[in-house]
Design a protein around this ligand. Structure first.
Ligand code: ATP
Ligand code: MG
Length: 599
C-alpha cells in the first residue's frame, strides 16, 4: 500500500529531545541515562522516590504533579509536595499493617486520586503494585488475585460490595481491604477506611531502598490471544520509563501530559503514572469515560501539550465527526502519540488533517514494560509503520520456518533477516531495563520467550531499508492464503481508508482450495448503511489497493466488533464465532457495564 510519508519541519516551537536519531543511537548508554536518576545510595533505588520524592525535595515541590478531573468535571490538583506526603503516609500505614517488601497490593478502582497515591505509596514501601481494571467482573478479579497472592486490596465501596464480597472466601491470601468511600459513609465491617488509614501514616516516611531487580509491579496482559499472563516488573524499570518518555513522548519540563489509558493496563501505569512523574511534569487524569466533546474539552481547558492515546480512541474520535474539534481550541497540543494496536495510516493522516498534528505510533507490550519502537517528533513519519527502535534498544526480524518456528543455526543463535521488507518474528535483544522478569507462575513459558539470543515478541513484522518497522500481525492472526502470508493489519487499513468504514477486523477462514481465505468484519461511520452495493464496493476498493489475492473474499457487517477492555480488536473471538469453536478465555472482553461504579 502506498503511503505518503510525513516529513517534519526543521525547527520546532520546543526543541525536540531526539533530533539526530542515528547519533543518539550511537552515543546512548543506559549507564549514562542512569545519571538522570537520583538513586538511594549503594546502587539501591526506589521507583517511587524517582517519580515523586526527588522532585518534592527539590524545585518542583509546589509544581502540580497530578491534575485530576472528576466525572462531573471538577478539577483537583496535587503538587509534588502533596504527592510525596500522601504516598509516604500510604507507605508507612501499610508498614504498620505488617505489609512489607515483596507483598502484593492489588487495586481495583476507577481513576480517582487515591488510586495514584496507593500505586506510588505501595511501591515506596517496597511492596508490589498490581492494578486491576475496574470493569472486571468477580471471576477475572479472583483469578488474578489468587495468582498474584494479593495480600491487600485497595478498592471503592461500591466495587467491594458488587465484586469482592461474592468472592471474598476464595481469596486466601487477602488480609486487608482498604476502602475509598465518600465522606460520611458508615464503615464497612472487616475493612479499613482509606482516610483513616492515611491519617495513621507518617508523611515523612522515606522510600524503601530497593535493589534494581526487586519487583515493583505486576501487570496482566490484555488477553487478546488467550488467558492473560502476569508480567513482573522491577524498580530498575524506571530508567526505561524516563528514557522512553524522553525520546518517544518528547516530554519537556512544564509539559501538561495526558495519557488516556487506564492504570489497569500497562500503558496506564508506565505512562499514566510513572513516566510523567519521573519527568516532573503535570500528569492529567480523567476519571470519566470516552466522550469526544469531553476529550477535546480536556485538551482545551487543561491545556494539554503532549497526548498519549490509542488507535481505538482515535477511531472513535474519527467516527464522532471531524467538525467537533473545530469547536475547541486545541492549540496547546504539541505532540500526539498512540499505542496498543496498529495505527492505520488513515488515523495518522486524520490527525494531521483534523487536529493539525500527525499521530506518532509506537509499539510495545506488557512484557517490555515500556516503549520499544517509536515514531519521533523530529523524524519523518511513515504512516502505518511503528517507527524505529529507541536508542538503547536493539530490535530485529528473525527468520521463521514454514511452521512458524524460529530458524536456529548450529550454535543455537537465531537468523536475523537483514533484507528489507521480509516478514519474520519481531524480536528484541534482552537487557533493556523495563524487560519483564517473569510470568507469574509460568516459569517455562517465560523461558520459552527467550530463544536464539533474543526475546521473541510473538508479533510478525518487517523492517524497511531505513530501519522502520512495519507491523504485520500477531503470530496467531497471520493468514495463510494460496501460498501468501497475509497480515490482517494491511487489509484492515485498506478497509478503514474507505470513507464508509469506521473499523475492521480481519481473520482467515479455512478453505479447501486456498488453505485460508480472508474474511473481514466491518463497522460503519455515521450516515452509512450496510448494503450489498456497499459490500461490492468495498471488495472492489480493497482489490484495487491490495490485489485480488490479499483482498477479503468475504465482508460482513458487524456493528459491534469485539474488543478487549484495553481497546484491541479480538480477532480470535471473531474467528471462534465464525467457525463455531470454543471462545476461550473472555475475561478481558469489553462488555457493556450496566451498573456504573463509583464510590
Ligand atoms: P495477550 O498477550 O494476553 O494476548 P496483548 O498482547 O494484547 O494480550 P498487551 O501486552 O496489552 O497484551 O499488548 C501488546 C500487543 O499489542 C503487542 O504484542 C502487539 O501485538 C499489539 N500492539 C501494541 N502496540 C502496537 C502498535 N503500535 N502496532 C501494532 N501492534 C501493537
Ligand atoms: Mg501479548
Amino acid at each position: 500500500m502506498g503511503v505518503r510519508p510525513i516529513t517534519k519541519p526543521g525547527s520546532f516551537l520546543v526543541s525536540p529531545n531526539l533530533v539526530d536519531y542515528e547519533a543518539a543511537r550511537e552515543s546512548f548508554t543506559w549507564g549514562d541515562a542512569g545519571e538522570q536518576l537520583d538513586g538511594l545510595g549503594d546502587g539501591m533505588i526506589n521507583l517511587a522516590h524517582e517519580a515523586v520524592d526527588r522532585h518534592a525535595h527539590g524545585s518542583l515541590k509546589d509544581h502540580v504533579a497530578l491534575r485530576w478531573m472528576s466525572k462531573s468535571g471538577d478539577v483537583r490538583d496535587l503538587t509534588y509536595g502533596d504527592l510525596s506526603e500522601e504516598t509516604s503516609r500510604f507507605a508507612s500505614a501499610l508498614r504498620s499493617l505488617g505489609v512489607g517488601r515483596g507483598d502484593s497490593v492489588f487495586a481495583l478502582s476507577s481513576r480517582v486520586p487515591e488510586l495514584y497515591i496507593a500505586a506510588l505509596g505501595c511501591i515506596k514501601n517496597g511492596s508490589v503494585f498490581a492494578p486491576l481494571f475496574s470493569a472486571f467482573g468477580p471471576e477475572p478479579i479472583e483469578t488474578r488475585m489468587v495468582m498474584g497472592h494479593g495480600k491487600v486490596l485497595v478498592t471503592t465501596e461500591r466495587l467491594y460490595k458488587r465484586k469482592i464480597i461474592p468472592i471474598l472466601d476464595r481469596l486466601p491470601d487477602l488480609e486487608h481491604v482498604i476502602i475509598v468511600s465518600q465522606p460520611g459513609r458508615p464503615p464497612i465491617p472487616g475493612t479499613i477506611d482509606f482516610d483513616h488509614f492515611m491519617a495513621s501514616g507518617d508523611p515523612d516516611t522515606p522510600a524503601e531502598a530497593m535493589d534494581r531487580e526487586d519487583a515493583a509491579l505486576l501487570h496482566f496482559t490484555s488477553g487478546t490471544t488467550g488467558t492473560p499472563k502476569g508480567a513482573i516488573h522491577v524498580h530498575g524499570a524506571v530508567l526505561h520509563h524516563w528514557a522512553s518518555a524522553y525520546f518517544a513522548l518528547d516530554l519537556h519540563p512544564g509539559d501538561i501530559f495526558w495519557c488516556t489509558a487506564d492504570p489497569g493496563w500497562v500503558t496506564g501505569t508506565s505512562y499514566g503514572i510513572i513516566a510523567p512523574f519521573v519527568h516532573g511534569v503535570t500528569n492529567v487524569v480523567d476519571e470519566g469515560d470516552f466522550d469526544a466533546d469531553r476529550w477535546y474539552g480536556i485538551i482545551q481547558d487543561l491545556a494539554v501539550t503532549v497526548w498519549y492515546t490509542a488507535p481505538t480512541a482515535i477511531r472513535m474520535l474519527m467516527k464522532a465527526g471531524d467538525d467537533i474539534p473545530d469547536e475547541y481550541d486545541l492549540s496547546s497540543l504539541r505532540f500526539i502519540a498512540s499505542v496498543g494496536e496498529p495505527l492505520n495510516p488513515e488515523g495518522v493522516y486524520w490527525g494531521e488533517r483534523v487536529l493539525g498534528l500527525a499521530i506518532h505510533d509506537n509499539w510495545w507490550q506488557t512484557e517490555t514494560g515500556g516503549i520499544m519502537i517509536a515514531n519521533y517528533q523530529a523524524s519523518e513519519i511513515r504512516p502505518g509503520s511503528m517507527g524505529r527502535p529507541l536508542p538503547g534498544v536493539e530490535a530485529s526480524i528473525l527468520a521463521l520456518n514454514d511452521h512458524g518456528d524460529l530458524i536456529l543455526t548450529d550454535d543455537g543463535s537465531a537468523v536475523e533477516i537483514l533484507e528489507p521488507l521480509v516478514e519474520g518474528e519481531l524480536a528484541l535483544r534482552p537487557g533493556w531495563p523495563a524487560m519483564f522478569r517473569g510470568y507469574l507462575g509460568m516459569d517455562e513459558r517465560y523461558k520459552d520467550c527467550f530463544r536464539g539470543g533474543w526475546y521473541c515478541t510473538g508479533d510478525r513484522a518487517e523492517r524497511d531499508a531505513d530501519g522502520y518497522f512495519w507491523f504485520i500481525g500477531r503470530g496467531d492472526d497471520v493468514i495463510k492464503s494460496a501460498g501468501h502470508l497475509i497480515g490482517p493489519f494491511e487489509v484492515e487499513s485498506a478497509l478503514v481508508a474507505h470513507p464508509a468504514v469506521a473499523e475492521a477486523g480481519v481473520i482467515g477462514v479455512p478453505n479447501e482450495v486456498a488453505g485460508e481465505i480472508v474474511k473481514a468484519f466491518v463497522s460503519l461511520h455515521h450516515g452509512y448503511e450496510w448494503s450489498s452495493d456497499l459490500e461490492r464496493e468495498l471488495k472492489a476498493w480493497t482489490r484495487k489497493r491490495l490485489g485480488a489475492s490479499v483482498a477479503p473474499r468475504e465482508i460482513e457487517y458487524e456493528p459491534d466488533l469485539p474488543h478487549t477492555r484495553s481497546g484491541k480488536i479480538m480477532r480470535r473471538l471473531l474467528k471462534a464465532t465464525e467457525l463455531g469453536l470454543p471462545t476461550g478465555d473472555l475475561s478481558s472482553l469489553e462488555q457493556e457495564e450496566t451498573d456504573h461504579e463509583g464510590p
